[in-house]
Design a protein around this ligand. Structure first.
Ligand code: HAM
Length: 428
């Protein structure tokens, strides 16, 4: 019978990969909590309108990429393509404005976009998302990007660049829109069919087009950054000066428009050249009118999302292997030893030490091979002979040194050895 495969572009994350995910998630959790963020979890399924109203009807995401379907009662639902809209909805729905402590949120989980799968681009992918509501001060924009830098540094990621831009406010965007439209119309015939339509309905989206001939024309287009109003200019200058004070390097990229319509003022992306066509590891920005547009209070917003798969691909390329807790493997020889080894294994685990044993009476050689494969740091060799002598052999798999360790008090002694990182303490 033919076996059933996962859906194209949706990946299993297998146990041999999971430590990368756990490391990224744990680091994110500890840093974000330090910066005052609290976790929020929202459903993966929302009413379609939430995304079409926030991300924008004429964006690639809403036009082409959403998993949308009618449920049994004919209500239109969508698997979330991003987290921002859902978090804003939850904030409004639960009146979190009333709680002065609820301003900074983070979330991790799967997102869904019907894109053509390739390296770093999937149909189910995961984001680490952070959002802050009600703070207009440019200090926060800089703090958010600084936090991102701290997070990536802590993971040991190198070779990425922070790109920043300002998309202005609705007041400065309206005149720019006509300016851009006039320019685009002059080149109308050269654009791809998508852009020909976009230049009427949402001209800024032409910047997102991947078609080379469209990109070429856009190179000479007027830049929004040159047209922003004085208030937006001051805000952007302040963001930059705070970034400088926080010694956070950045490049200004006036062509970066982001793929979602809700942005205002500061926008940013973390860019890499090591993932082929997928050059953004993460991105975000301000969206000061979104909460109001979704029927909530008129509170400003800013946030970002990191693509977990892309981040992990980069970390793996760098081979910055995550630190694992040292594993203890119990190699067992004989029936009596197996009984004792079973108890020792459970005691080690209950003391927070990762431990594994052989349950299947393999030869010592094959047990040592397995310990090696599991990357065990220590092997406790326990045979009936050792049992009789009241001691086991402890092998440090890195230094290859072997010494005797008394069975009486073995667990606390092993704990101390692991803490000190050397097996000489075992010599008696
Ligand atoms: P976004 O730029 O659409 O922004 O996505 C953020 C990140 O998610 C991207 O930089 C990328 O790393 C990852 N990503 C996006 N699509 C895929 C895919 N198909 N496969 C793998 N990774 C992908 C947002 O989603 C905004 N909600 C960010 C934000 C939060 N803005 C304000 N707050």
């Amino acid at each position: 019978m033919e076996s059933i495969q996962a859906i194209k572009g949706m990946n299993d994350i297998l146990p041999d990969q999971i430590h990368w995910w756990q490391r990224v998630e744990n680091t994110a959790r500890s840093i974000l909590e330090n910066f005052g963020y609290r976790e929020i979890r929202t459903p993966v399924l929302e009413k379609t309108e939430l995304f079409s109203r926030s991300i924008g009807e004429n964006t690639d995401i809403v036009e082409k990429e959403m998993y949308t379907f009618a449920d049994r009662k004919g209500e239109w639902l969508t698997l979330r393509p991003e987290a921002t809209a859902s978090i804003v909805r939850a904030f409004i729905q639960h009146n979190l404005q009333a709680d002065p402590l609820a301003r900074k949120f983070y979330s991790t989980g799967p997102m869904f976009r019907y894109e053509r799968p390739q390296k770093g681009r999937y149909r189910q992918f995961h984001q680490l998302d952070a959002e802050v509501f009600g703070v207009e001060d440019p200090m926060l924009d800089a703090e958010l990007m600084y936090m991102l830098r701290v997070f990536l540094e802590q993971l040991g990621l190198s070779g990425v660049v922070l790109h920043i831009n300002s998309l202005g406010c609705p007041a400065c965007r309206a005149p720019y829109r006509s300016l851009l439209q006039t320019f685009l119309l002059q080149n109308r015939a050269t654009f791809c069919s998508d852009c020909q339509r976009r230049l009427h309905v949402n001209p800024l989206r032409v910047f997102d087009c991947k078609v080379e001939r469209c990109q070429k024309i856009i190179e000479n287009a007027p830049m929004l950054l040159d047209s922003i109003c004085e208030d937006c200019r001051d805000h952007f200058a302040a963001v930059r000066s705070y970034l400088d004070r926080l010694q956070t390097d950045y490049e200004i990229n006036p062509r970066m428009v982001r793929g979602l319509d809700y942005y205002t003022r500061t926008t940013f992306e973390i860019i890499t050249d090591r993932l082929g066509a997928q050059n953004a590891v993460g991105g975000g920005g301000r969206y000061d009118g979104l909460m109001r547009d979704l029927g909530g209070p008129d509170l400003s917003g800013i946030g970002f999302a990191i693509g977990m798969e892309r981040l992990i691909l980069l970390l793996q390329q760098q081979r910055s292997e995550p630190q694992r807790s040292p594993l203890v493997f119990l190699a067992i020889l004989g029936d009596q030893a197996k009984q004792e080894g079973f108890l020792i294994t459970q005691q080690l685990r209950s003391h927070g030490i990762e431990a594994e044993m052989d349950y299947a009476r393999h030869s010592l050689k094959s047990q040592m091979r397995r310990a090696d494969k599991l990357a065990a740091h220590y092997v406790v060799i326990l045979g009936d002979e050792e049992m009789a002598a009241g001691a086991a052999q402890l092998r440090d798999m890195q230094s290859k040194q072997q010494s005797s360790i008394p069975l009486d008090g073995l667990v606390p002694l092993l704990k101390e050895i692991i803490r000190n990182g050397d097996a000489t303490a075992a010599k008696n």
